[in-house]
Write a protein that binds this ligand. Structure first.
Ligand code: KIV
Ligand code: ZN
Length: 513
């Protein structure tokens, strides 16, 4: 039977301590709801004494998010603990997380306290927290630079006072996997009463070892890991949740440990946290980076297309991504090029593919990444533009925070003007519904993305959509200074390609009566 590791997410507390990040209550609530969908075991919602905003956010999360345990941080002082409890009061499963530093450096220079005083504070804080809630976590800040014997006494004191979770933070990201594993073994063997509590770790990434240290601690028998989405947090950040979870899932044969995380929600959570915090995810970041499932080398692309497991140890679907991405550049092969043509909606003969491929390779020699638009230009140079069944003539959208978004759209349909209107969940949704009414097509919108092509307030917005029709994907693009218009153009472009491809495939014109 695999061991079950509890996942304690501190994106809203330690993650929010990332330099330059500040989330408002609404944003924190949105992330907390998503963390609940991700099915983490504990959400550390904030540090209530730190600010009225933090207090409010903890209360809002405690009120609304009922699945996971909701934790609030408090220094080992009465006022902090009282404030944490006040904020946590509405929670169905509250946890007070109290901490104090135990390393000589921190006690001497930061706390200016003797070890005996710190011990008294540990006992008093845990007892006080315990008077409010049954679930009390105690953290020995800077544990990895603390004297081991003192740490043992600190943890025994916390257990005697009623702590249910003991956390071993590598506060400054100083330890190494083998050393940390040894510390965990030492604590498990020497702290009286440790078997009756959950042992936890909290690793920072100053040396890039946070995930490796967390995994080493799991191997040594801890039952909880503390981590953040995308690894955000103080300085170099915390251990990345997605990396720990996917390491355990992918190497279950080795770790024999599982988590309750719904891995298919990982990508969505990562995107949300990146958008709301404004912290971009590094392109080559493990699991959630843009390149994590992208293959550039022709040999790799060919391998993946023949058998995915040649170069992928996880499926993109397992983290909630639609599929892997084959990056087209000079290292790409014919196989990947042909696949991309298919995705773009082109049905070409072998000879046409060969000619287009030669042109593509010549272009790729000059350009690092060949974009879909380049490929379209190559192909359409030979075949003419995909016949445009529909084109946009007029678009009017009414939207606002107290208005039901409504769109009126007029399209040329085979040369004739047709007008429809529709309401939707937002201006883009309303526009797409009105377009669907005109085309008579019901397509699955697989992806919608928007980016600024140029800088400034008057930036051109480029919208890319991917629609699915009978297992085929069609990509449409639209560019405009008005993002709703760009959205409409992209959608119409994708529909035109879909209809063109159906015609070429000999299925006859689409049913668009
Ligand atoms: O890094 C740290 O030591 C912390 C504690 C408060 C757990 O964040
Ligand atoms: Zn921390």
């Amino acid at each position: 039977m695999p061991r079950v590791i509890q996942v304690f997410d501190t994106t809203l507390r330690d993650g929010e301590q990332s330099p330059g990040v500040s989330l408002n209550v609404k944003e924190k609530l949105e992330i907390a709801r998503q963390l609940s969908r991700l099915n983490v075991d504990v959400i550390e919602a904030g540090f209530p004494v730190a600010s009225p905003g933090d207090f409010e956010a903890v209360t809002a999360v405690a009120k609304e998010v009922t699945g996971p345990v909701i934790a609030a941080l408090a220094r080992a002082v009465k006022g902090d603990i009282d404030r944490a409890w006040e904020a946590l009061r509405p929670a169905r499963r509250p946890r007070i997380h109290t901490f104090i530093a135990t390393s000589d450096i921190h006690m001497k220079y930061k706390l200016r306290k003797e070890p005996a005083q710190v011990l008294e504070m540990v006992a008093a804080a845990v007892r006080h927290a315990k008077s409010y809630v049954p679930d009390v976590e105690f953290s020995a800040e800077d544990a990895t630079r603390s004297n081991r014997e003192f740490l043992r006494v600190v943890f025994e004191t916390a257990i005697e006072a009623g702590a249910t979770v003991l956390n071993v933070p590598d506060t400054v990201g100083y330890t190494t996997p083998r050393e940390f594993a040894e510390l965990i073994r030492y604590l498990k063997e020497n702290v009286r009463g440790i078997d009756g509590v959950t042992l936890s770790v909290h690793c920072h990434n100053d040396l890039g070892l946070a995930v490796a240290n967390s995994l080493a601690a799991i191997e040594s028998g801890v039952g909880q890991v503390e981590c953040t989405i995308n690894g955000i947090g103080e300085r170099a950040g915390n251990a990345a949740l997605e990396e720990i979870v996917m390491a355990l899932a992918t190497r279950r044969d080795y770790f024999d440990a599982i988590t309750g995380v719904v891995t298919e929600q990982i990508y969505r959570t990562s995107r949300m946290v990146s958008t709301l915090t404004g912290m971009a995810v590094q392109t080559n970041k493990a699991i959630v980076g843009d390149n994590a499932f992208a293959h550039e080398a022709g040999i790799h692309q060919d391998g993946v297309l023949k058998e995915r497991t040649t170069y992928e140890i996880m499926t993109p679907e397992s983290i909630g991504l639609a599929k892997s991405r084959l990056v087209l550049g000079k290292h790409s092969g014919r196989h990947a090029f042909k696949e991309r043509l298919k995705e773009l909606g082109y049905v070409l003969s072998d000879e046409e593919v060969n000619r287009a491929f030669e042109e593509f390779i010549a272009l790729a020699d000059k350009k690092k990444d060949v974009s879909d638009r380049d490929i379209e230009a190559i192909v359409e140079g030979r075949h003419g533009k995909a016949a445009e069944r529909f084109s946009l003539e007029y678009l009017n959208v009414v939207s606002g925070n107290k208005t039901v978004p409504t769109a009126t759209v007029r399209l040329y349909k085979d040369g004739e003007l047709v007008e429809e209107a529709a309401c939707g969940d937002g201006p883009v949704d309303a526009t797409y519904k009105a377009i669907d009414r005109i085309t008579g097509e019901r397509t699955d919108l697989e992806e919608y993305s928007i980016r600024a092509v140029t800088g400034g307030k008057d930036a051109l917005g480029e919208v890319t959509v991917r629609i699915r029709d009978n297992g085929n994907i069609f990509t449409g693009r639209g560019v405009s200074t008005d993002i709703i218009e760009a959205s409409a153009l992209a959608y119409i472009n994708a529909i035109n390609k879909m209809l063109f491809s159906r015609d070429v495939a000999g299925k006859g014109p689409a049913n668009s009566s």
